[in-house]
Unconditional design. Structure first.
Length: 202
């Protein structure tokens, strides 16, 4: 007799949550307020992906059915993608759903994870975000002052609008970073347990 397991034709189930190494942190009053802002904007902007799909369908239909490609639709596609991606960064930080590729973190204790989170936010994330926020306004102002438009014939005008999204997105990233920082500090310096909320005494 064969020891092989019968092939039922079913594909093995993979739980993606086991592949994502979350850093669970306690909630604070500050994080609850900031998270609500980021989450609300993220949920609202998520509809932009439906708009992007609609634009792609229209553009493909015009190009391959009617033989009429439109450069403004091409540019609108990457504008919408840029907005969704940039705003989505802060949502991922707030929700701790960004990708962590390592083989060590899942074996660390909660306090060790919190120290790594604290170091990464203070030394890497906040300084980088601050640099972008400092230099982005002049970048946008120049675009407004010169009435910058697309360099492609028939492209979209008002290039300053899409550039302004970068400033808004990084401001949201900073808000999400401050929220995560307050939660890491709550665990490290106030003895709060992961998963607890402000006012909880567990």
């Amino acid at each position: 007799m064969s020891d092989r397991t019968p092939d039922t034709g079913e594909r093995p189930h993979v739980d993606i949550e086991h592949l994502i190494h979350h850093t669970e942190l306690p909630h604070t009053r500050l994080s609850s307020v900031l998270d609500a802002i980021v989450r609300g904007i993220g949920n609202a902007v998520s509809w932009i992906w439906a708009a992007l799909v609609a634009v792609i369908v229209v553009n493909v239909t015009l190009r391959y059915v009617f033989g009429e490609g439109r450069i403004e639709f091409e540019e609108l596609q990457w504008h919408l993608y840029a907005i969704g991606f940039l705003i989505g960064l802060s949502y991922c930080i707030q929700n701790d759903s960004h990708i962590r590729i390592d083989i060590f973190q899942e074996h660390f204790r909660p306090r060790t994870k919190a120290w790594i989170e604290l170091f990464g936010i203070i030394v890497l994330l906040i300084p980088y975000t601050a640099v972008v926020l400092v230099y982005a306004p002049s970048f946008i102002e120049y675009s407004i002052r010169t009435s910058e438009v697309s360099s492609a014939p028939g492209g979209l005008p008002y290039r300053w609008a899409i550039k302004s999204v970068m400033f808004i997105a990084y401001l949201l990233i900073l808000i999400a970073a401050v929220s995560r920082l307050s939660r890491a500090c709550a665990l490290l310096f106030r003895g709060r347990q992961p998963g607890t909320h402000a006012g909880s005494h567990r």
